[in-house]
Design a binder for this molecule. Structure first.
Ligand code: FES
Ligand SMILES: [Fe+2]
Length: 354
């Protein structure tokens, strides 16, 4: 039995970074729904339509744009930005049913968010925020890796950072991460899980030694804020050992990094891993950007390889296998509970989910 976590359909998901959507048609699959994304010539609005022509289901993402319309690459059915077919070849009359779905879209914080659930429930004000992503006070490097694993495995992975010590040793992991206990807080109603790990006196991993220039030991705080199902924020604070924020909250001698993930299930056993690292120091320094991009890409690929392997391994199990959870899994277990509830609520399409 392959490992699968139920999808919460009536939720916002990141389909792309805003910079990925332009005048080239982009194909993405969210919760098993094939989508085509592009930006209008007219006013630059992001458009998301179903990626299957109504005629013979040719992918519209493999077709071409004519102004703001998509012309199917197979026989030329032509669709406007609302998904209505406005032209078919060889006849004047366009069949009334010739339309593809157009999905609600919100562009915010450098992400293109889509809603593939019941459109009547799509409320743009409920898209969770990641303001640092396009704030002038932060410099961001980012990327996306598809993983052939159940999205629940990525949620587990990100909510338990003790694995940094073992899977990411020599990059972001040091012994103190796995040794320091976590504090977990769950807001069931809002669907938010918070996991904190504050290390008072820790080795400085190469990722931070190289980017901040700190020599010697550090005070290292990791505060996770997971907005189920899609947005994961890790507020990271690194400072020379013993340096704490002032009583007024000012913290000029620390180095702050916001690590953002968007976890978007593509289909059963497939997930898009959107990642970004934003920093409030050395903001103009291209070399620091390059270090952070390379290091984080390597770290993400270590997770990608591990999760691909884990999914393949679970796929060979005959079913009914047991897991054994410990303290470090508290956040992940809370997230699983919330995801199960959101998926269940999303199955009742007439009910408002939040
Ligand atoms: S499949 Fe698109 S026009 Fe025929
Ligand atoms: Fe990891």
């Amino acid at each position: 039995m392959p490992h699968t976590t139920a999808f919460a359909r009536n939720q916002w998901y990141v389909a792309a970074f805003t910079h990925e959507v332009g005048r080239e048609l982009l194909g993405r699959t969210v919760l098993g729904e094939p989508l085509v994304l592009y930006r209008t010539e007219d006013d630059g609005t992001a458009v998301v339509l179903a990626d299957r022509c109504v005629h013979r289901r040719f992918p519209l993402s493999a077709s071409r744009l004519d102004g703001d319309r998509i012309v199917c690459g197979y026989h030329g059915f032509t669709y406007d930005t609302t998904g209505s077919c406005v032209h078919v070849p060889g006849q004047k009359r366009v069949p009334r049913t010739a339309r593809v779905a157009a999905y609600p879209v919100v562009e915010q914080d450098s992400f293109v968010w889509v809603w593939v659930g019941d459109p009547a429930l799509a409320d743009p004000t409920t898209v969770p925020r990641a303001r640092h992503m396009d704030s002038p006070d932060w410099t961001t490097v980012s990327g996306m890796e598809p993983i052939d694993a159940d999205y629940g495995l990525l949620v587990d992975n990100l909510l338990d950072l003790s694995h940094e010590t073992y899977l990411h040793g020599g990059y972001i992991g040091t012994p103190e991460v796995a040794e320091t206990p976590i504090a977990t807080e769950v807001d069931e109603g809002a669907g938010i899980v918070r996991v904190s790990r504050h290390m008072d006196d820790a080795e400085c991993p190469p990722f931070y030694a190289r980017s901040t220039g700190i020599e010697g030991r550090i005070t290292r705080w990791q505060d996770i804020e997971y907005h189920a199902p899609c947005l994961y924020l890790l507020h990271s604070r690194v400072a020379p050992v013993g340096v704490l924020p002032g009583a007024d909250g000012r913290d000029p001698d620390a180095f702050h990094t916001e690590i953002t993930y968007a976890i978007t299930p593509s289909g059963d056993g497939h997930v898009y891993d959107f990642w970004a690292v934003s920093r409030d120091f050395a903001r103009e320094d291209e070399e620091v950007s390059a270090v952070m991009r390379d290091f984080n890409h390597t770290v993400v690929m270590q997770d990608v390889d591990a999760l691909n392997l884990l999914q393949r391994t679970l796929g060979t199990e005959r079913g009914g296998y047991q897991e054994l959870s410990i303290n470090i899994d508290t956040g992940g277990l809370a997230a699983r509970r919330i995801l199960a509830r959101l998926a269940e609520e999303g199955d009742k399409p007439t009910e408002r989910v939040r």
